[in-house]
Design a binder for this molecule. Sequence first.
Ligand code: GLP
Length: 241
Amino acid sequence: MKIIRAKDYNDMSRKAANIISAQIIMKPHCVLGLATGSTPIGIYEQLVEWYKKGDLDFSEVTTLNLDEYKGIARENEQSYYFFMNEKLFSKVNINPKRTFLPDGMEPDSGKACADYNRIIEAAGGVDLQLLGLGHNGHIGFNEPGMAFEAQTHCVNLTESTMKANQRFFASADEVPKQAYTMGIKTIMQAKKILVVVSGEDKAAIVKEAFLGTITPKIQASVLQLHNDVTLVADEAALSLI
Ligand code: GLP
């Protein structure tokens, strides 16, 4: 694993955005695996800025997002679709028909997951997968458990994840309890993986995930088995390693 040390959040965002833009320049018709959460926001802002300057062209890019809440409509401000549209898709020249997320409004989990697996397969695999890191080591919404789930599946979110996400909702009752997420096998099949982490509150999990035992209890630890992972993290997040 390559570890790139950034000074702070802005530096992390610019360095990671540079890696993504290099991917788009090298392969204009690439497939990007995208992530939500607060960590990638600075990256998307930087990419939009470079697009506006004329340095980036998204016209041939396909995107596959990691996850979506179950039972939340696209129009809902808390949906990951809304997030992606607001932060990136509506601000660059990407073809909306080539932007994909699991369908949170499909109540049949089996169908929602099978449909998304088919979309991933049709896209031909991910060239560069962007990942954030949950405080409990989750990637996408692959929560700590007894196994690594291979493909898209429906997860029951852990108490700690629901608590972490509560800040985005008006009340605790509104926080979704389930989500559809890409599986670990799909993530591990990406040609390149870019993990971004910021802040002292993630320092302990960074150490555990990337230097500790490989275990489904810390889902991100599986990334130690991938041969092209770049971790871009700020000094605070790297303070324990
Ligand atoms: C959510 C997302 C993850 C994300 C994680 C960390 O649960 N499903 O993809 O990486 O939160 O979020 P943040 O970057 O806000 O700490």
